[in-house]
Design a protein around this ligand. Structure first.
Ligand SMILES: Nc1ncnc2c1ncn2[C@@H]1O[C@H](COP(=O)(O)OP(=O)(O)OP(=O)(O)O)[C@@H](O)[C@H]1O
Ligand SMILES: [Mg+2]
Length: 404
């Protein structure tokens, strides 16, 4: 996806039902979809469609998918276009033939259209990073998403305080984006009453959405955080499409040094767009079996999306006081180190929610605040190396702790 534009996908299949199904699903997932019922028809429309990726059925009357793929891959103007083959059988010889013809990935029929959407995103990301280009052009800022498949694991608490820590460290303007539409807690934690929200952006024509419009829908907190709040009612959440999210987040990234996103506990289509755009995905885990299973499941999906481990950061949050799983066991099960442990400490968290003053603002020199500030520093320091940052007390304290 470039600059909020949708990726263009050409699907070639002689089965009209499959074309329709895939077209609907990929359209809903934020892609611009074109269809052709044969390789010949696809060849004819290729120059005008200029697809970013082609999904190609193998068995078709006329030229079959292998032959068409071979031709695509031998012409200089079409060879860079990634191809996903749809093979009828899962046997190894079909797969080998597909790869020999130059296919970049393959999927066995019958397939789940959601999986196809995931594969397409993963392949586009892989191809673009191999070409040394990100999936969006020259981003100025950086996006951190805070995620867990388990509700109540501390996503909002971490997102709000991470945004606050980034403001305190770098005196930067930070955007906080509430995508957790079902809970809408970020405004509450900052004691803000937003006049405009995501719902107002959803009402605009896509072409109207620019930096001024997005900023106009945000609410400024005295600390310097700009909040893009969840819709006032979860009912309007359906209007927040992947396309809208894919338009708004790059705008925020070009305007703010940091964008922190509070995610809902699911893999919805808008979330997939968000993960694709994120520099760092922060995955929260709670020290009990269900929390661990949720984290493992999320990691498996990130793996299938082709995300590198360096883009992930694991945070262990003690949302309950005792008898939790040991940190070692959690790290072994996740096969990743834990970058931050948030100890159980109900009073400051509950006080923060009740008072609408985030922990880091109410008590910036407490032990938990210091741990969060150090973590925020580790996440962001490489991006700020050459920035001209005014010395802040918090930055000096954190740098001293790291001996910088
Ligand atoms: N380390 C902690 N110690 C004590 N209480 C905590 C801790 N972390 C979070 N909490 C509490 O757990 C509850 C859930 O936290 P929070 O709302 O941040 O989670 P969430 O993942 O955003 O939840 P939801 O899925 O509802 O959006 C809150 O009451 C919060 O105060
Ligand atoms: Mg929340």
């Amino acid at each position: 996806m470039a600059n909020g534009q949708q990726d263009r996908i050409l699907i070639v299949d002689d089965n009209k039902l499959i074309l329709k199904l895939v077209q609907d699903k990929l359209g809903a997932a934020g892609f611009e979809v074109f269809t052709a019922e044969s390789a010949e028809q696809a060849s004819a429309i290729l120059p005008s469609v200029k697809p970013d990726l082609i999904v190609l059925d193998v068995m078709m009357p006329g030229m079959d998918g292998y032959e068409f793929c071979r031709r695509l891959k031998s012409a200089p103007e079409t060879s860079p276009i990634p191809v996903i083959m749809l093979t009828a059988r899962g046997d190894i010889s079909e797969k080998v033939r597909g790869f020999e013809a130059g296919a970049d990935d393959y999927l066995v029929k019958p397939f789940d259209p959601t999986e196809l959407a995931l594969r397409i995103r993963a392949l586009l990301t892989r191809v673009r990073s191999a070409r040394g280009q990100a999936s969006a052009p020259s981003p100025a800022g950086h996006i951190f998403t805070v995620f867990s498949l388990r509700g109540g694991s501390g996503k909002t608490s971490l997102a709000v305080n991470l945004a606050m820590a980034l403001v305190q460290l770098w005196s930067a303007e930070v955007a906080l984006v509430d995508l957790a539409f079902e809970s809408d807690h970020d405004a509450m934690m900052l004691d803000l009453r937003p006049k405009y929200t995501w719902a107002d952006l959803a009402e605009k024509e896509q072409t109207e959405i620019d930096e001024d419009v997005v900023l106009g829908c945000m609410t400024k907190h005295a600390s310097g955080i700009y909040l893009l709040a969840a819709p006032p009612s979860p009912v309007s959440a359906g209007a927040i499409t992947p396309k809208l999210v894919g338009t708004v987040l790059p705008i925020l990234r070009s305007r703010f040094e940091f964008v922190v996103i509070d995610m809902p506990s699911c893999f919805s289509e808008p979330n997939l767009v968000t993960f694709d755009l994120a520099d760092i995905i922060i995955l929260l885990v709670t020290p009990e079996l269900a929390g661990l299973k949720a984290a493992r499941a999320a990691l498996d999906i990130f793996d299938s999306l082709g995300y590198r481990k360096e883009r992930l950061s694991i945070v262990l949050n003690w949302t309950f006081p005792k008898r939790g799983l040991p940190q070692r066991n959690i790290e072994d099960a996740l096969r990743l180190p834990i970058d931050l442990v948030i100890p159980y400490d109900s009073a400051p968290f509950v006080d923060a929610i009740n008072s609408g003053i985030p922990l880091l603002q109410a008590n910036p020199s407490s032990r938990i605040a210091f741990e969060l500030q150090k973590y925020a520093y580790q996440l962001s320091v490489e991006y700020m190396q050459y920035a001209n940052v005014p010395a802040s007390e918090v930055l000096a304290r954190v740098q001293a702790a790291f001996g910088h």
